[in-house]
Write a protein of this length. Structure first.
Length: 504
C-alpha cells in the first residue's frame, strides 16, 4: 500500500472519529427509502418546485462552497443532484456534510426544485449518514461532449475490475446494466421452458461418480461417510434419471465445475442449462434451441435498450432473431478441412501429426476422441461465425448419444456454434442400457489409460436405464458463453460476477 493511499485511508478514519465525537454513528441500521433518483425528473415535471422525496444512495460527486454544498447521489436507477445549505439543514447536519467523502452512503429528505441551469435537484432538509466509505472508490471523471455525458474511467484494468467486482459495479453503471441484462436473459430462458411444460428441478452438485461430459473433475472427501465425492461436471445423468421416473420434461440451471485451465472462454465454475424431453429426438431439440436462443436474444436486447446501452452492444445479427439456422455435417466438414476422404479412417499417428500441425499442445497424451475434437475446434469450429448447427458426430466422440439412423458409425448429436464459440450441445439420448454399458466400459478403458477427462461405469445409472428409459432429446447450453455471444463480450470473466482467479 502506497504512502499516499495510507494517508487517504487514515484521513477517512479520522473523519469517522470526528463523527463519533459528534455523536453521529458512521454506520446506520437502516433507512426508509421512498423514491429513486430516476423518478425525480418525472415528479418535478415542468415545474420549478416539486414534492418532497426521500432518497438513499452513494455520494458520487461532491463540491463544497462555504455554507452550501452540491453533490450527486447515485442509486440503482441513476443519479440526482443534491443541494445542502447550512441555514436549511442546520449547523449540526451541515457539519456532517463537511465530513462527507465520495463513496459515502447517505439518506436525504427534501423537496425537488430546478436550478438556474435547469437541473433537477433535491433541496436537502435532513441528511443521515448510512455508511462511511473508508476506502476511496475509483470514480472516473465525466464531461459533456456534444450534449452527451462521457465518462473517463479511473478503474480500467480488466483483471482488477474482475477481482474487485464490488468496486467495478459501484463506479460503472454500465457494468451493472450488463449483469442485469444477463439476469433478464436467464429469466427469459426459464419462461420459455416453463411455457413448454418443463419442470425446473435441482440435482446433486456433490456426486459419488462424475459423468455426462468429458472433463477432469474437482475431487473432495466426505469425512462422515469416509468417501470421495466429485463436484459435478454435468447435470445430465441425474436429469435423465428423473425422466425415467416419470417427469417427461425437466430442466436445471446451475453451476458445473471442471478442473481445467482459465482462458477467454473457460472458467472452472460456470453456469449450464440442461433440459430433457421424453419422446423427442435431436431434430425436435434443434427447434427448441433455435427458439430459445431467439427468446434470449430479445431479452438481452430489450434490457440493454432500456438501460440506454443498445448503442454500446454489438448490433444483433438478424440471423439470431429468426430461424432456421444453417446446418453443417461434422464428418464432411473436418474431412474437407484436412483434405482427406474420411477423418475417422486416419490412424492415431496420423491424427497426432495433424494435431501437431494445428498447434495442439500435449498431443502425445491425448486420446483419439480428444485428438479429433481438437482438430475440429481448430479447423471448423473456430471459423463458424453466424449461429450454425453442426450435426452427426462420430460415435467415439458421443458416448451418450444414439447411433444415427442409417449410419451407426455416427450419432444423432448436434452442437450450436457462433462466433467460434460452442453455445449448445444436444443428443437423441441413448436409451439402450446394453449399448450404454459398452460405451461406459470404453470410457473406463480410456480413463485407465490415463485420459483424465474420461468417465467410468455408472452402475446406478445403468440400473435406472434397465427399468426402461423413454426415447428423449437432451440439450446443454452454456449460459456464460451464450451471454458472451449476445453481448459481443470477448472474455468470460466479464460476464461472471466473481470469476475464478489466481490469488493476488
Amino acid at each position: 500500500m502506497s504512502d499516499e493511499l495510507n494517508y487517504v485511508l487514515q484521513a477517512r478514519r479520522e473523519k469517522v472519529a470526528a463523527l463519533e465525537a459528534m455523536g453521529v454513528p458512521p454506520f446506520a441500521y437502516g433507512f426508509e427509502r421512498e423514491h429513486f433518483a430516476a423518478a425525480c425528473a418525472g415528479l418535478l415535471g415542468d415545474a420549478e418546485e416539486g414534492p418532497a422525496v426521500q432518497l438513499a444512495g452513494r455520494v458520487v460527486a461532491l463540491r463544497a462552497h462555504g455554507k452550501t454544498t452540491f453533490a450527486h447521489l447515485g442509486d440503482p436507477s441513476g443519479r440526482v443532484q443534491l443541494y445542502f445549505k447550512k441555514d436549511l439543514v442546520g449547523e449540526r447536519a451541515y457539519a456532517v456534510c463537511e465530513l462527507l467523502d465520495l463513496g459515502d452512503v447517505i439518506g436525504v429528505r427534501g423537496p425537488l426544485f430546478r436550478t438556474r441551469t435547469g437541473e433537477v435537484t433535491v433541496k436537502v432538509e435532513s441528511v443521515e449518514l448510512l455508511a462511511k466509505s473508508l476506502r476511496p472508490l475509483p470514480f472516473g471523471k465525466e464531461e459533456v461532449v456534444d450534449g452527451a455525458v462521457v465518462r473517463h474511467s479511473a478503474f480500467a484494468d480488466g483483471e482488477q475490475r474482475s477481482r474487485q467486482r464490488y468496486a467495478d459495479l459501484a463506479v460503472h453503471p454500465e457494468v451493472r446494466a450488463l449483469f442485469a441484462a444477463r439476469s433478464r436473459m436467464t429469466g427469459a430462458v426459464r419462461a420459455f421452458l416453463d411455457a413448454l411444460g418443463y419442470l425446473e428441478v435441482e440435482t446433486p452438485v456433490l456426486q459419488p461418480l462424475y459423468g455426462g461430459a468429458a472433463a477432469k473433475p474437482f475431487t473432495t472427501h466426505h469425512n462422515a461417510l469416509d468417501m470421495p465425492l466429485y463436484l459435478r461436471i454435468a447435470d445430465e445423468l441425474y436429469l435423465k434419471r428423473l425422466v425415467i421416473g416419470g417427469f417427461d420434461r425437466v430442466y436445471e440451471i446451475g453451476h458445473d465445475f471442471r478442473n481445467e485451465g482459465v482462458d477467454r472462454t473457460h472458467n472452472p465454475e460456470f453456469t449450464m442449462l440442461e433440459f430433457y424431453e421424453a419422446y423427442a429426438d435431436y431434430t425436435v431439440m434443434m427447434r427448441r434451441v433455435e427458439a430459445l436462443l431467439i427468446a434470449a436474444a430479445h431479452a438481452v436486447r430489450d434490457a440493454l435498450t432500456a438501460a440506454g446501452l443498445a448503442s454500446e452492444a454489438p448490433a444483433f445479427d438478424p440471423a439470431v432473431l429468426q430461424g432456421p439456422f444453417p446446418m453443417l455435417e461434422w464428418l464432411p466438414s473436418l474431412s474437407k478441412a484436412l483434405h482427406v476422404e474420411d477423418v475417422t479412417q486416419l490412424s492415431d499417428a496420423q491424427l497426432r501429426t495433424a494435431a501437431e500441425h494445428a498447434g495442439v499442445h500435449g498431443v502425445a497424451t491425448l486420446s483419439r476422441p480428444k485428438l479429433m475434437d481438437e482438430l475440429f475446434q481448430h479447423h471448423v469450429e473456430s471459423k463458424i461465425d453466424r449461429p450454425t448447427f453442426v450435426v452427426d458426430y462420430p460415435k467415439e466422440l458421443s458416448p451418450l448419444a444414439k447411433p444415427k439412423r442409417g449410419n451407426p458409425a455416427l450419432t444423432e448429436r448436434f452442437e450450436l456454434f457462433a462466433k467460434g464459440k460452442e453455445l449448445a450441445n444436444a443428443f437423441s439420448e441413448l436409451n439402450d442400457p446394453i449399448d450404454q454399458r459398452q460405451r461406459f466400459e470404453a470410457q473406463a478403458r480410456l480413463k485407465a489409460a490415463g485420459d483424465e477427462e474420461a468417465s467410468g461405469v455408472d452402475e446406478d445409472y445403468l440400473r435406472a436405464m434397465e427399468y426402461g428409459m423413454p426415447p428423449m432429446g437432451g440439450v446443454g447450453v452454456g449460459m456464460d458463453r451464450l451471454f458472451m455471444y449476445l453481448t459481443g463480450t470477448a472474455h468470460i470473466r466479464d460476464v461472471i460476477l466473481f470469476p475464478t482467479m489466481r490469488p493476488e
